[in-house]
Design a protein around this ligand. Structure first.
Ligand code: X8Z
Ligand code: ZN
Length: 645
């Protein structure tokens, strides 16, 4: 999560004066077709004598005031949010909600006031700021003070419910052995948190244990349902007030094209990658059937979701042992090495930083090391889902992550540092431009570098013994990567397909959970491990739903990162097979990356894309090119399988 994902407020000087000129607080000033500078006689509804038709200069001044206020408000909001997520208590929840509420109050008023300039022809940079201002809230609050306060509290409470989620197994449960070892002199823990339950999903190959861990965690969703309903109602009300059909329509408007064109583009990309996903699904199901039997993993049916090594079956790399094409060809067990070498969390972060600095990017500021959270504290509740922040929008970089010595976490560190390096590259820009070219760019930067964390690179660090150098070992490497990258694609797509329809009302509340599972079956080909009903709220068991972080960005990022990687490999001088390239240490690659990052959101995203790739569109050919070597193997292995579901 970037700290830019939500927005903030208080009434700024500039806005106050404009609101006053319109005869009070919101509603917005009347739009008039007259020429700039003309004085309009007062109408009977306007208590003021005259209204001056806006000018470009006034619009620029207005924006200057807004940006000043936003810096203050966003910083205050993010400080409170940071403390809250690092120490979840009733008090910090309230502080975070207060920060959120103040921001959203301001934003809604500023957006409504900005309508006064809607008909003006503005210089492109200023016009872009107005457009970004309108899109600047993920959860737009209604103008009504009670509703706004309720919404802010609902938002914070949902995030807190997720962060505090635990499952307490019964005394005869097989999961008791996964309880953390008690510290000396302390009482033994009786409950499993998400990290513990994720370890079960990752390590256990016992069907019943997996089912219990999955079901145990998913119970976190049910109590959220009532709050989620209010969140939908109030967020939609806020979205309507600022001119969107609903909150989902607002989210889909952030891509420099119409929401409809955006949806069509997403569909185009999905259709390009779907055949590869289907082949991988077919292969994985075959392997899981071999492990768990036909009664548990039936032919031609969705796969039970608890068997893929991940709580949401979104990435399957933790069951690589079951998927490995050629047993023992090339050791890819980085986890083992990290443990052997007793890697500490900070050391892993320093490793991540080293990749960025090898490209010629700056070292992280000293405050990063002082202020970040790297391990789960034992004495308090925190939101452990990894996130990156620039709390003061001024190079105040941090990450918050409960790091374990695993390859998965090493990759996530690169992901989070990608956000921080983006923040770092644009923190001198006007605050409204301190965002990614679009949110998919933000999510894709660290992953682009992580694609260069190849076996060769890891060997150099002593984290692998050998670099696979025969065709069989290469297939193994590709498989390991595909069950992470390709497996994710339908998940990345369906989360917001679910949310868009919930937010637009197309999916009624009476079908929220059913529709979730319909989409998971349709796109991912997975099924719930146990019967689910509308008393469950399984979407709530995925962080980004209670945390209200839009998700289509991750789908985009999976496509973009291969485009970026292909381009950076090329500029680094690589001309071998794409999947073997590492641009570690390439200054030309670093320069190109920096040039794009420094743009922030100041230009439409196709311009940023052009800087790095020479292309202006999302293009799935790079991800397909990367995995081309695997396809022959997948087709051959599954030729007797009845693929699909
Ligand atoms: O949430 C994240 C990052 C933080 S922005 C760790 N990711 C998504 C997820 O975990 O569901 C990265 C991949 C997808
Ligand atoms: Zn991220």
């Amino acid at each position: 999560m970037s700290s830019m994902s939500r927005s903030l407020a208080l009434v700024p000087v500039a806005v106050v004066s404009i609101l006053a000129a319109c005869g009070g607080e919101a509603p917005p000033c009347p739009q008039t077709p007259s020429s700039p500078g003309t004085v309009i006689p007062a109408s009977s509804t306007n208590p003021l004598a005259v209204t001056v038709v806006p000018t470009q200069e006034e619009a620029a001044k207005f924006m200057e005031g807004v940006e000043q206020d936003l810096r203050r408000l966003w910083t205050a909001r993010d400080r409170a949010a940071w403390v809250n997520m690092n120490f979840i208590t009733d008090d910090t929840e309230l502080l975070a909600a207060t920060g959120e509420e103040a921001t959203s109050e301001y934003m809604t008023k500023a957006i409504l006031s900005a309508r006064r300039y809607a008909d003006l022809k503005l210089p492109p940079e200023l016009a872009r700021k107005f457009a970004l201002l309108k899109l600047g809230q993920t959860i737009p609050a209604p103008s009504d003070a009670h509703e706004r306060s309720e919404l802010a509290q609902v938002e914070t409470a949902l995030a807190g419910m997720y962060g505090k989620g635990k499952y307490c197994p019964k005394p005869d449960s097989k999961l008791l052995k996964y309880l953390p070892k008690p510290e000396k002199g302390k009482e033994a823990e009786k409950c499993l948190n998400l990290d513990d339950l994720s370890t079960v999903l990752k390590k256990s190959r016992d069907y019943d244990e997996l089912t219990e861990a999955w079901t145990g965690w998913h119970a976190v969703g049910a109590p959220m349902k009532g709050k989620y309903k209010r969140y939908v109602e109030l967020g939609n009300k806020g979205a309507k007030e600022i001119g969107f059909d609903d909150m989902g329509a607002l989210w889909r408007s952030g891509y420099d094209m119409t929401p409809a064109a955006f949806e069509a583009d997403i569909e185009r990309l999905w259709q390009e990658v779907k055949p590869l996903y289907d082949e991988l699904h077919c292969y994985m199901r075959m392997k899981l059937r071999a492990k768990y039997g036909k009664d548990k993993v039936p032919v031609h049916a969705p796969i039970p979701a608890q068997l893929m090594g991940n709580m949401w079956a979104q990435e399957w790399n933790n069951v690589y042992d079951l998927a490995e094409p050629y047993k023992g060809q090339g050791s890819l067990d980085v986890d083992k090495k990290l443990k052997e070498k007793k890697y500490q969390p900070e050391q892993m972060v320093r490793l991540g930083e080293k990749f960025f600095t090898s490209l010629g990017l700056d070292a992280l500021p000293e405050t990063f090391w002082q202020r970040s959270l790297f391990t789960r504290p034992k004495d308090r509740e925190v939101v452990c889902h990894a996130s990156a922040w620039d709390v003061q929008y001024a190079n105040d970089l941090r990450i918050k992550m409960c790091i374990q010595p695993t390859e998965e976490d090493l990759i996530t560190i690169h992901h989070e540092l990608g956000h921080d390096y983006y923040f770092h590259s644009y923190y001198r820009l006007p605050i409204l431009f301190q965002q990614g070219a679009n949110d998919g760019f933000h999510e894709g930067i660290g992953d682009t570098l992580a694609l260069s964390v190849t076996p060769g690179y890891l060997k150099g660090l002593g984290l692998l013994d050998d670099v696979p150098n025969n065709p069989k070992a290469e297939v193994n490497v590709q498989m390991k990567s595909a069950i992470e990258k390709i497996a994710f694609l339908p998940f990345g797509l369906l989360i917001d397909k679910w949310r868009w329809d919930v937010l637009s009302g197309k999916t009624p509340e009476s079908q929220w959970n059913q529709s979730w599972w319909d989409l998971r079956a349709k796109y991912q080909g997975v099924a719930p491990p146990v019967t689910r009903t509308e008393n469950d709220f399984d979407p709530g068991a995925k962080y980004h739903i209670p945390a209200s972080t839009p998700y289509i960005r991750y789908f985009l990022a999976r496509i973009y990162q291969f485009q970026f990687y292909r381009a950076l490999c090329k500029v680094s001088g690589w001309n071998g097979p794409l999947n073997q390239c590492s641009f570690f240490g390439s200054k030309p690659a670093g320069d190109k990356l920096k040039a794009m990052l420094e743009l922030g959101a100041s230009k439409p995203w196709p311009e940023a894309m052009r800087i790095i790739t020479g292309q202006e569109k999302a293009d799935a050919t790079a991800i397909l090119e990367y995995f081309a070597p695997l396809r022959g193997y997948l087709k051959e292995e599954t030729k007797s399988e009845q693929c699909g579901w």
